[in-house]
Ligand binder design. Sequence first.
Ligand code: MLT
Length: 311
Amino acid sequence: MSKVLISDSMSKVVQKIFEKNKISIDVKIGLPEEEIIKIISEYDGMVVRSATKVTKNIILAAKKLKVIGRAGAGIDNIDVATAKENNMIVMNTPGGNSNATAEHAFALIMSLLRRIPFANETTHKGQWEKKNIKGTELSKKTLGIVGFGNVGVRLSNLVKGFDMNILVNSKSLESRKKYYPHVKNVSFDELISNSDIISFHCKAAKDGKPLITKEHYKKMKPTAYIINAARGNIVDEKDLNDALNENLIAGAAIDVYSKEPAKENILFNNPKVILTPHIAASTTEASIVVAEMIANQICKFLLKGVKINTV
Ligand code: MLT
């Protein structure tokens, strides 16, 4: 009987699916790397979210491991190259949490434009800041979406009713643009110079370098906002903080960080920034969908050799 290690907390649906398929599981959450190394040789499969770092040392200690499943989209916590060199396959669940992430990006946009966190905090304190809070409307503004995969596409569809212009920067859009007549594909420079809101929904660069640098902020509208609910290293936090302090842009909303969990960060306490703790994909619905997807994919692979959503 195959055996699978579940090392991050996730919907119980995962356990039910493995049990139904007669695959034995151990749920051991929050183990440090050295503990995983001690036990990993027992397992044929492993399921993680983003907390477990599946390192080279874990992979080399995994004598039977055939598959590593990521309940989510990003695979930056898995050493995919070493896994492949050792004949393991890595799977993720693309699309499973795209709507959740796009809706969170939209919530961040609205929170920034209507100053909801500040309004909430001050009203709770009995400070009536009505005169000091003036929002900005979405209508007639330009939304720039960097990256046009599942999340970027979903965000572009969500804002359809808001009467916005939508610019996209995506290499892969050219071949499929007939499906998305509501967006215009432009260069990165054109997007940042013309957008009122810029939302990142792309992968981080392979070399880890930020996509947006000091020079870019100088080309942006001083009233522009930046949203990052993709990966922390896409936006350099120091450069962003400087750009905000120098009034090169108006504000930012950030869900992902260069170092997570973010216990210290240069953006902390900057009043122009709204911060959330990497929760864009954290909805009841999405956590069930990604759990179902990854458990079914791993069962199909371990029982029938069928490979779905391999990376
Ligand atoms: C993902 O990669 O799917 C998201 O960042 C969600 C997460 O891992 O928490």
